[in-house]
Design a protein. Structure first.
Length: 129
């Protein structure tokens, strides 16, 4: 399988919400799991575009571990309202057979709704190749 695995988390911390108003660091702890999906090739372009605009920051870029980025909710969550770009589709299993293709995408509507626009999120990206 060629593509990317994405996970978006809130930052964990005992000083909520104050710690969420600062960008995550390499040592920030993952909090609530906001969303996850697998994307096809090119599915990381939206995040690289945000990084070029300095609206997202790469904290870890390593071939053998997931990349770690941080970005504000206002720049990330609008993509999740419908579905992220280039989401892979997987067969849905219904009544003992594969029925149709559905997006391989999970999101927590309640967590998305509770994020402040200026909250900094953590984004991990796995190379699926």
């Amino acid at each position: 399988m060629i593509g990317w695995g994405f996970d978006i988390y809130r930052q964990k911390g005992k000083f909520f919400p104050c710690n969420h108003l600062k960008p995550a660091t390499q040592t920030s702890e993952q909090g609530d799991h906001v969303a996850a999906w697998r994307a096809e090739l090119g599915g990381v372009d939206w995040l690289e575009d945000l990084a070029r605009q300095q609206r997202a920051f790469c904290l870890i870029a390593d071939r053998y571990h997931p990349a770690l980025y941080t970005a504000q909710a206002k720049d990330v969550l609008p993509l999740l309202r419908v579905k992220p770009p280039l989401v892979m589709e997987v067969p849905e299993w219904i009544d003992g057979r594969y029925d149709k293709l559905i997006p391989d995408f999970y999101k927590s509507e309640s967590l998305i709704s509770s994020c402040a626009p200026d909250e900094w999120l953590m984004i991990t990206i796995w190379d699926l190749s």
